[in-house]
Ligand binder design. Structure first.
Ligand code: HEM
Length: 399
């Protein structure tokens, strides 16, 4: 989890640097770009590199964690056939598109160029939201996460470049930048607060949840965000006016630099948050909606390359198992459950309507997910079968 959290945090910092450079040059400080072009270019390149490295390293870590070892051929299959892999490839393409658009591509008409930048950025953020905890909980949760991520990238990116731009002598440009940054900051904070509260309520149920690692990390994040917002208010309403009235710039410069460092802290904590298991309350319910992704939720589960695709197994509360087929073609599957000693156990399938029926074989379409359980609960058991004629055996443990 610690490695995945560090990779996730690097990925967020990469997004902020890449998308933030473009947003700053187009919408926040076009007047400041001339003096800061080199630093913006470096930030853009560093962001793209960090984002690509962290994305592929995360895919390697998730796959290796799931099948126990790194194999190049399996990794290629992982990238091609799993949702997480496909989104990682799409993300790489979008990073290249944003690099090509750079700080403003003079060859395209201004409006078309801006539309291309916003669309590519949102699509890039979508590839991250789609494999987040919220990305597999339905469209409203996915959109909530996307808006949250977009507001975070815009605020942290725009502020970061403003704070560290080497143009603290150009008073007029700094003034107009501060005004635009002020309104972007206010809107971003409102959106982040609303969507953050919504996402928090989706993942946390009841006060007891705050005692879990996920809950306490969320609390830490809210405290850090509150500190940052308080400093943002001081910067906006106490220090920015100093730019207008007198020639003193250092208080605002210091204030915005501190604010940008606090936002990096928020991104680090968010890296941990997105890799911890949220304490959803599924107790006593039928099998929960299956995570239909091979994203970071895979940790602790198994990805079995078998029969021309990958069979993902995700243990669920109550001893149920979610099984997802990731292949280009469908799969003919036969399944049987046995005890650890080899005695037969009766395997049950639950359909969409929640009806349970005994199961021996079935056809799975690409991306299809099914829920399996046992007639008699067992702590540990073996799931055996064949996928497109290739046999497999895997041990399922209730905890
Ligand atoms: C009151 C304020 C906030 C709350 C309650 C909040 C809460 C959350 C929650 C619950 C998640 C979902 C984590 C998961 O996938 O399990 C999240 C994701 C995230 N938050 Fe916040 N957040 C807040 C403010 C911020 C701020 C200020 C930033 C940075 C500038 C930020 C950056 C992010 C990022 C980058 C993600 C990851 C999105 C993804 O993986 O798709 N958040 N936040």
């Amino acid at each position: 989890v610690t490695l995945l959290a560090a990779l996730k945090a690097s990925l967020f910092v990469g997004v902020v640097l890449l998308v933030g450079a473009g947003a700053f040059a187009r919408f926040v400080g076009p007047e400041l770009v001339a003096g800061a072009r080199r630093r913006l270019r470096r930030g853009l390149l560093a962001g793209a590199g960090l984002l690509l490295a962290a994305s592929f390293a995360e895919a390697v870590a998730v796959m290796t964690g799931a099948i126990g070892a790194f194999e190049l051929e399996r990794f290629a299959e992982y990238l091609l056939y799993t949702r997480h892999g496909q989104l990682t490839l799409a993300r790489a393409g979008l990073v290249l598109a944003l690099l090509a658009l750079g700080l403003g591509n003079g060859r395209l008409p201004r409006t078309a160029e801006r539309v291309a930048f916003v669309a590519s950025s949102l699509a890039l953020l979508g590839t991250i939201s789609a494999v987040s905890h919220s990305g597999v909980m339905g469209v409203p949760a996915l959109l909530g996460d996307l808006v949250h991520l977009a507001a975070a990238s815009l605020w942290a990116g725009a502020l970061g470049y403003y704070a560290w731009a080497p143009c603290w002598r150009e008073r007029e440009a700094l003034l107009s930048g501060a005004r635009r940054l002020g309104s972007i900051g206010v809107w971003s904070v409102v959106l982040l607060g609303l969507t953050g509260a919504y996402l928090g309520l989706l993942h946390v149920s009841g006060f007891a949840s705050f005692a879990t690692p996920y809950g306490s990390t969320l609390l830490l994040k809210v405290k850090l965000v509150s500190l940052t917002v308080a400093l943002a208010f001081v910067n906006r309403f106490a220090l920015a006016p100093l730019l207008e009235s007198e020639a003193r710039r250092w208080p605002l410069k210091l204030g915005v630099r501190l604010e940008s460092l606090l936002l990096v802290g928020v991104l680090l904590v968010t890296g941990a948050l997105t890799t911890l298991e949220p304490p959803h309350d599924h107790l006593g319910s039928a099998p929960p909606p299956a995570p239909a992704t091979a994203g970071p939720v895979l940790v602790g589960s198994s990805a079995l390359p078998v029969g021309g695709g990958i069979l993902l197994l995700q243990p669920e509360d109550g001893g149920w198992v979610t099984l997802t087929w990731q292949g280009q073609r469908g799969a003919e599957v036969t399944l049987a459950a046995t005890s650890m000693e080899g005695g037969p156990l009766e395997l049950l399938l639950v359909d969409e309507a929640g009806t349970q029926r005994p199961l021996a074989g079935l056809s799975l379409a690409p991306q299809q997910t099914i829920h399996l359980g046992l007639l008699d609960h067992a702590e540990s058991w073996l799931l055996q079968g064949e996928v497109n004629g290739t046999p497999f055996t895997i041990q399922v443990s209730a905890d």
